[in-house]
Design a protein around this ligand. Structure first.
Ligand SMILES: [Zn+2]
Length: 272
């Protein structure tokens, strides 16, 4: 398929920060709850703090599949840890509403890890804390609740963290794959390329990149401030993808990029 790269241009309005659209996060989360309930997903609240809408949705693999398959495929997807990255929660809403998943997939889906940040359209939470630096020594109530909840879940075969980057020239993805499992990053990028430009820079965020893929060789133990993906890699998974949509492009393009990225990775992982 011909790439839309030539048709979609940077907006040029996100200089030194994100100045694009914000979303009504409580309305988006209501839509997510309605979609999850309609399809009999299990909805949980992660925090007892009133007015802190930290939600998780779970769906077990189809019963027939679960009995016949040796192992269901356990997939975790989170979004909205940065309150100025609206495409993530919107992508999760679309994925929940469309409800197309591999039948052997058991799913854990968290649509918004930083609900107070979205109210002020800011990366940090209402207390000014970047929640994606909290996962080694958590102090923020959001992160404490998230980690408590994660400790009660099984390990995951595959994790996605959905993000946006206002500096990016296109979509890119971080792959954390320490055991050298079959990589999905190329598939993710090729699926996203049909709907969104790819950032082909050779250095992205100070790391070597190749055709929109960053494979950081980082040892989490060497870093003092852990993002969510480091906690997942250390305690819950051996394969993690952080998808970064480019904020300086139309919101509909960024949402499509994240949706297609997840879809691309899951394609071929079983029947939907
Ligand atoms: Zn982010």
């Amino acid at each position: 398929m011909k790439s839309r790269e030539h048709l979609v241009q940077r907006l040029g309005k996100n200089i030194n920060g994100y100045f694009g659209e914000s979303i009504d996060i409580s309305a988006v989360l209501k839509d997510c709850i309605a979609a999850a309930r309609a399809r009999k997903w299990i909805a949980e609240k992660l925090s007892a703090v009133p007015k802190l809408d930290l939600l998780a949705f779970r769906r077990p693999a189809s019963p027939g599949i679960r009995e016949s398959a040796p192992h269901d495929s356990r997939i975790y997807i989170s979004a909205g840890i940065h309150g100025d990255e609206p495409a993530g929660p919107l992508a999760i809403r679309q994925l929940l509403q469309e409800d197309q998943w591999p039948a052997d997939a058991s799913l854990w889906v968290l649509p918004c890890l930083n609900p107070t940040g979205f109210v002020i359209n800011r990366r940090e939470n209402a207390e000014g804390i970047d929640l994606n630096r909290q996962y080694l020594q958590p102090k923020a109530q959001e992160t404490v609740a998230h980690i408590d909840w994660l400790k009660g879940q099984p390990s995951f075969d595959l994790c996605f963290c959905l993000h946006e980057d206002w500096e990016a020239h296109g979509f890119y993805v971080y792959e954390l794959n320490p055991d050298g499992q079959p990589a999905m990053a190329e598939k993710i990028v090729s699926c996203v390329a049909a709907v969104c430009p790819i950032d082909n820079s050779e250095i992205i965020e100070g790391r070597p990149a190749h055709k929109g893929i960053i494979r950081p060789s980082v040892d989490p133990r060497s870093r003092p401030e852990w993002p969510e993906a480091f906690f997942l890699l250390t305690h819950k998974t051996r394969l993690s993808y952080t998808l970064e949509a480019p904020s300086d492009f139309p919101l509909s393009v960024r949402v499509a990029a994240l949706v297609e990225g997840v879809r691309g990775a899951l394609e071929g992982k079983g029947k939907t």
